[in-house]
Design a protein around this ligand. Structure first.
Ligand code: SAH
Length: 231
């Protein structure tokens, strides 16, 4: 009897939580169609991942209703979750596929990490603000992302033990490209990073490390990110 009650309750729990999640599925699909695909993002992996990740489960309670809007949102501690289009753009540019190992600097809400984790094999992500690290860790665990490894640290130094990375995604604006990150990028790998002084004109840049270890940069588009901070 006890077992039966347990099974019934489990069933009920999953039915209710599933219905709750699906409440935003339409919004999410519309977001991908209108904000992402309509603006030229056409990488299938990126679009599929963004259709899957429950952005509303990664934002603070008071932002849930705004989760699929076309703008960044505050996530506390003076930080923001990027506008969905920017996440799509940064994801597509590294050409993500299964088998890859990607490093992200600036976990924030965990949304970018989740989008990457839908596609690649391993995601490593670093956050400097401890409460954000803790919240993202718990939210990503609840959503079942077990291929994301997180740490609370200054991302300037990258994550030496897991080097080299096929790609690196930096989601806070730095005045220069941190040299340890270039070192930890695999030859042939790509890094995308906003570069510029805080609160002034910044540019999203693509860094490509060539087979001979040399690297070249390309200016992609003007952006506005929160600053890359140091401890
Ligand atoms: N990728 C995030 C965007 C977060 S905003 C998302 O999808 O929600 C940028 C984040 O970078 C902030 O949370 C900020 O605290 C963090 N950050 C800034 N400087 C950092 C550093 N040196 N190392 C690690 N994280 C940093």
């Amino acid at each position: 009897m006890k077992n039966l009650v347990f099974i019934l309750l489990t069933f009920l729990y999953f039915t209710i939580s599933h219905t709750e999640q699906d409440k935003y599925q339409k919004d999410r699909h519309q977001m991908v169609a209108n904000q992402i695909a309509a603006r030229g993002i056409n990488d299938k992996n990126t679009l599929k991942a963004m259709r899957n990740v429950q952005r509303h489960q990664l934002v603070p309670q008071e932002q849930v209703e705004n989760a699929y809007e076309d703008r960044p949102l505050p996530i506390g501690h003076g930080q923001t979750i990027s506008q969905p289009f920017i996440v799509g753009y940064m994801t597509e540019i590294i050409n993500p596929r299964s088998g890859m190992k990607v490093l992200e600097i600036g976990t924030g809400s965990g949304y970018q990490a989740a989008v990457l984790a839908e596609i690649v094999d391993e995601v490593y992500t670093i956050e400097i603000v401890e409460p954000l690290y803790k919240t993202a860790k718990s939210n990503l665990n609840n959503l079942g992302y077990n291929n994301i490894k997180m740490k609370h640290a200054d991302g300037f130094y990258g994550w030496e033990e897991h080097t080299p990375f096929d790609a690196i995604v930096v989601t806070a604006a730095s005045e220069f490209i941190p040299p340890p990150l270039i070192e930890q990028l695999k030859e042939g790998g790509k890094m995308v990073i906003p570069v510029g002084a805080p609160f002034t004109a910044q540019h999203l840049m693509l860094v490509e490390k060539k087979k001979d270890g040399k690297w070249k940069t390309k200016n992609l588009l003007p952006v506005r990110f929160v600053p890359f901070t140091r401890n």
